[in-house]
Design a protein around this ligand. Structure first.
Ligand SMILES: Nc1ncnc2c1ncn2[C@@H]1O[C@H](COP(=O)(O)OP(=O)(O)OP(=O)(O)O)[C@@H](O)[C@H]1O
Ligand SMILES: [Mg+2]
Length: 1079
């Protein structure tokens, strides 16, 4: 919540002098002192701010302070220059009222500082932005430039403004600065050529010499040494606390920000240098033939350098210092100048040069800072003008300055009264006439067009004939003699005749702020402000653009014989303009007071302050302000401030504020004449009444404080208790919550376990069921799928690719087999069973088949082969087969017998008549009839015999006769022996004891051995009554000859012993048969 304070709170002394009680000069001073001692340098008189120069920096201009005073009502906070600046700015911005801030006070009282504070405050609170900031910066930076050229150290102030300044700051409808216009008044140009003791010339000279670089100084033909320049006073060239060199840099920087071009700065510095050079020009008298002295420049070096700087011809300027041309009635008269006149001319030139340069600077700054838009502006004017001056020696300048202050006082009174009156009318309060001193009469004494002092001075200056300051004073003495504010020794009014404080060459004016004695010396001259035309013409001729601009009257083409307006006239005119300007604006006053002469902090010189209070007319101020009612305040804040003084209004008043205030005042029994009720404000006639209210309030506040304290303590304890209670509940709640949470968590976890088991069980059960169901479903599905598959396959088998493979395979196999069989068919081997050929197998997988087929084929071929045989042939082959069984691989003779058919009857016995008898002896069918050799045991020689074989016996008969030699029944034959070799020997062994065996066994040899043995063997095999005949095949066997057993041994003989088989008897028991080996 914003804390509302009041001017009345924490007051040191009285913040507003209007409330001073009792009001007297002493109490006024006492209040100022008290506040000053407590560093309260600002005090109000109503809306006027009195500012005491603290001569030290106070921490009251910080950005925080700016914020504190921003948008606050004037009386809300303790007095401050910011409050006034804020009020002015807000009423300019919000109510569209042009403002002017009039800052007055004597030299060193703090006017310039105050004006800067106002400007910086406005700059801080107004709008921001690139353009706006640039404008602000330019406006603020115009100060250092003007201060360098227009300020100087005086005995009263180290940074004394030697010119009056009025600056209009222009704002747009939003309150953002747009630009500004500066007006300057009456620069104290005499300072350029001469400074009083202990004072300095304008700062810029010192700044240039200390701060400029060596290069710049060389260009300007200057020397850093101050003592080389006549126009610079030396005794106080260096001022403590003033750093000229640093300030020079600040000024150059400021000039750049304001918008000066580099060549413009250079020109300005050249002019400053030229002034310094000018001061060094000295003159010497030169006697002329007519006895008069003529001035001549002593040392032309400075003159030369100055002319070089300004681009002038030296001779032109030199001549202007020696001659003066007076033009009268179209006639030109040239007179010589004596040394004094030459010095006068030189100084006049220097002063003019400098003051015109200063005015040019102001104009140039104005060009830069002027508002860029033509839109309607709101204006805030800041007037920093020299205050009333009362010196020991007051001259024309003081007269002018004091005149200006009279005018300001007048406007102040006028505007204050007007404002007061307007407020009364606004509030509907009856206007009571206010007694006050109106200084219009003094203004009239000075500025009256007919007989005003300035008018008379002008008249005197323009008058032909000898004009001196004395003649001017005489004139004053005659004309103003009766004026009650004019005093002079030679006045007709005899009352001043013996006034020794009033010298003869002086006059005294009773200003509203006190009496001032003016010495007339120099009045005429200063008013004339003469610069010889020769000099201005010489200046115009300079080849320097700035100089040319500064001396336009020197232009020969524009020779004006009319005298230029006098200084007094010009000043009166500009003051007139200023006053008219100020009258259109809402005035805000800052009255600056200097507390001591020593520029020291904490010193309050009573007399000095009293003097200032007087001539600033502050008492008058207060009186006017409280002529009717000393204090006024809107109803709402008034009721708010004092409502605790009445039970009916405390703590809240429900009705309108005005009624509340009326109830309050009635309750407090304030006399009716003490207060008046306006439309929005209450007016209190006497400060006493206000203080009574304040006192009551203070007491009441104490009671209220106790009450508040009581309530607060109660509240605090209650709050504490409630807090504790609340806390206890919170703690208990938290604890319970915690315990419950814990129990709950346990139950929950237990439940979860049980639940999980149950759920698990249920889930498993369900799972089982589901699984079973699923399995069933799957089974059904599978069966169905298979069934459908089968169905489909059945239906679509022919279309199946898988079957295609098999089909193709089967087909291929079939084809292969077909091909195989066809191939086989075409490459069949011959039907001969002994043909071993068989086509090669084409495929591995047919291996078995191939072999099997071969076998089958072979069997078939054999069968076929067999099938073609007749019974006889069959019997032959059976015999052949048997022969093979008996002899194959056992007897070497066998292979040769294979190809020979078994004829049986080689002798054709039945047909041959030779054997008829024999044939008839054999009653059975002859199975074999051949000729064999019967081997004789004695010599081993063979005897041919016919060998007949029947089913029952064999017969040996004589070949020639056919006589049967032996007929042996086959059952008597037990075995047969043959060799392994190629011979045809065989032995038929007979059963021992049989009748046939008497003659012993038979050893025979036949070409058809194989056939004979085979047939014998067959017959034996087919006979049912006896055993099969055994055939022994061996190269050694025994043969029973009668009683003896003879061994028949077969040996192999080499072919050289003959190709036939021979049998020899070796001994009784051995017959050796040699068989030749096959080749
Ligand atoms: N508010 C302030 N706080 C601190 N110092 C101040 C203040 N006002 C003035 N001063 C000091 O007083 C000196 C003189 O002030 P300033 O130059 O404003 O006087 P002035 O009234 O303009 O004088 P002049 O009429 O000679 O120009 C300043 O240089 C500064 O040192
Ligand atoms: Mg100043």
């Amino acid at each position: 919540m914003e804390v509302k304070t009041s001017l009345l709170d924490n007051m040191i002394g009285v913040g507003d002098m209007v409330l001073l009680e009792p009001l007297s000069e002493d109490s006024f001073l006492g209040n100022l002192k008290k506040r000053f001692d407590h560093s309260e340098i600002y005090t109000y008189i109503g809306s006027v701010v009195i500012s005491m120069n603290p001569y030290r920096s106070l921490p009251i201009y910080t950005p925080e302070k700016v914020e504190e005073y921003r948008n606050r009502n004037f009386y809300e906070l303790s007095p401050h220059i910011y409050a006034l600046a804020d009020e002015a700015y807000r009423s300019l911005r919000d109510q569209d009222k042009d403002q002017c801030i009039l800052i007055t006070g004597e030299s060193g009282a703090g006017k310039t500082e105050a004006s800067k504070l106002v400007m910086s405050y406005v700059a801080a609170v107004c709008g921001k932005g690139h353009e706006v900031n640039k404008v602000k910066e330019q406006l603020l930076q115009s100060n250092p430039v003007l201060e360098a050229f227009g300020n100087a150290k005086t005995v009263r102030n180290d940074n004394s403004s030697r010119f009056g300044k009025y600056m209009d700051i222009e704002f747009d409808f939003k309150g953002d600065p747009l630009g500004g216009v500066i007006s300057n008044y009456l620069l104290e140009k005499s300072r350029v050529v001469k400074q009083p003791r202990g004072e300095r010339n304008f700062h810029v000279f010192y700044q240039l010499l200390s701060g400029a670089s060596d290069d710049t100084l060389r260009k300007l033909k200057l020397d850093r040494d101050f003592s080389k320049y006549n126009y610079l006073s030396l005794d106080s060239a260096v001022v403590s606390g003033l750093d000229d060199a640093a300030n020079f840099r600040t000024v150059r920087n400021a000039m750049q920000i304001v918008g000066f071009m580099e060549d413009e700065v250079q020109s300005v510095l050249e002019l400053v240098a030229a002034v310094l050079k000018l001061g060094n020009i000295e003159f010497k008298p030169e006697s002329r033939c007519n006895g008069t002295d003529e001035s001549r420049v002593k040392d032309k070096n400075d003159l030369k350098e100055m002319c070089e700087l300004l681009g002038m011809e030296q001779s032109v300027l030199e001549r202007a210092f020696s001659y003066r041309t007076v033009e009268a009635k179209m006639e030109k008269v040239s007179t010589t100048l004596n040394v004094a006149q030459a010095y006068y001319a030189r100084d006049a030139l220097a002063k003019n040069l400098y003051s015109r340069l200063f005015s040019w600077l102001v104009t140039r700054i104005n060009e830069s800072i002027q508002a860029q838009t033509k839109a309607r502006h709101k204006v805030m004017g800041v007037l920093d003008i020299y205050g009333f001056e009362i010196f020991e020696d007051n001259s024309f300048e003081q007269f002018i300055i004091n005149y200006c202050n009279e005018k300001l006082q007048q406007i102040f009174i006028e505007l204050t009264l007007r404002e007061e009156q307007e407020e009364y009318v606004r509030e509907g309060i009856e206007w009571t006439n206010i007694e006050y001193f109106n200084n219009a009469i003094i203004c009239d004494l000075i500025e009256n067009n007919q007989n005003g002092i300035l008018a008379m001075l002008d008249e005197e200056c323009l008058r032909p004939g000898t004009v001196t300051d004395e003649t001017f004073l005489d004139k004053l003495n005659t004309i103003c003699a009766d004026h009650q504010h004019f005093e002079s020794r030679l006045n007709k009014n005899s009352k001043f005749l013996n006034d020794h404080s009033l010298p003869h060459n002086c006059f005294r004016i009773q200003h509203y702020a006190g009496k001032v004695l003016y010495r007339v010396e120099g009045f005429v001259d200063k008013n004339n402000d003469l610069l010889y035309r020769d000099l201005s013409q010489a200046m115009y001729k300079a080849n320097h653009s700035l100089i040319k601009q500064l001396f336009p009257e020197g232009n020969p083409a524009k020779v004006n014989l009319k005298r230029p307006p006098t200084a007094g006239f010009q000043f009166r005119a500009s003051v007139g303009t200023l006053m008219r300007n100020l009258q259109t604006k809402n005035p805000n006053y800052i009255r600056c007071i200097k507390p001591n002469d020593k520029k020291a902090s904490h010193i309050f010189t009573d007399s000095l302050v009293r003097h200032q209070v007087r001539y600033l007319g502050l008492m008058e101020n207060v009186r006017v302000r409280r002529a009717g009612y000393a204090f006024r305040q809107p109803y709402e804040p008034c009721l708010e401030r004092y409502k605790m003084l009445c039970k009916r209004t405390w703590p809240h008043w429900k009705g309108p504020a005005r009624e509340g205030v009326e109830v309050l005042m009635a309750d407090l029994q304030i006399p009716a004449e003490e207060i008046s009720y306006g439309r929005s404000k209450i007016f209190i006639r006497n400060p006493r009444t206000l203080f009574f209210l304040e006192e009551k309030r203070k007491q009441c506040l104490q009671d209220l404080a106790t009450l508040i304290q009581k309530i607060y303590r109660g509240w605090k304890c209650r709050t504490h208790f409630l807090l504790m209670k609340k806390s206890q509940i919170v703690v208990a709640a938290w604890y319970r919550r915690y315990a419950q949470q814990k129990t709950y968590r346990n139950i929950k976890s237990a439940t979860t376990v049980v639940q999980s088991y149950t759920r698990g069980w249920q889930a498993r059960k369900l799972l089982r069921e589901l699984k079973y169901q699923k399995r069933c479903e799957e089974a059904v599905t599978t069966i169905a799928a298979f069934w459908h598959g089968t169905q489909v396959r059945r239906e679509y088998r022919k279309f199946f690719r898988a079957n295609a493979g098999k089909k193709i395979y089967d087909f291929t196999i079939q084809r292969i087999i077909q091909k195989y069989f066809l191939g086989l068919k075409s490459s069949m081997p011959s039907m001969s069973p002994i043909d071993r050929k068989w086509p090669a197998r084409p495929y591995g997988f047919l291996d078995g088949v191939h072999t099997e087929l071969r076998k089958i084929f072979h069997h078939w071929r054999c069968k076929k082969y067999r099938d073609q045989f007749t019974e006889e042939k069959k019997a032959v082959y059976e015999e052949k087969l048997e022969a093979s069984e008996i002899f194959k691989d056992k007897k070497a003779l066998y292979p040769s017998s294979v190809s020979q058919p078994f004829k049986g009857d080689y002798l054709e016995i039945s047909k041959n008549p030779k054997y008829q008898k024999l044939n008839s002896a054999v009653d059975e069918k002859v199975l074999l009839a051949d000729v064999v050799n019967k081997i004789n045991r004695a010599n081993g020689k063979g005897t041919p015999r016919i060998f007949l074989l029947t089913k029952k016996n064999f017969v040996l008969a004589d070949q020639k006769t056919g006589q049967v030699k032996a007929s042996i029944p086959l059952p008597d034959v037990t075995s047969m022996s043959v060799s392994t070799q190629k011979d045809g020997f065989f032995a038929l062994k007979l059963k021992e004891g049989s009748a046939s065996a008497v003659k012993g066994d038979f050893l025979l040899s036949s070409e058809h051995l194989i056939e004979i043995i085979t047939k014998l063997h067959r017959i034996g095999a087919t006979a049912a009554d006896r055993e099969k005949l055994k055939v022994d095949i061996s190269d050694e066997f025994l043969v029973q000859f009668k009683q003896d057993k003879v061994c028949v041994k077969f040996i192999q003989s080499s072919p050289k012993n003959g190709n036939s088989v021979s049998c020899k008897r070796k001994n009784n028991r051995l017959l050796e048969v040699s068989v030749p080996t096959s080749p």
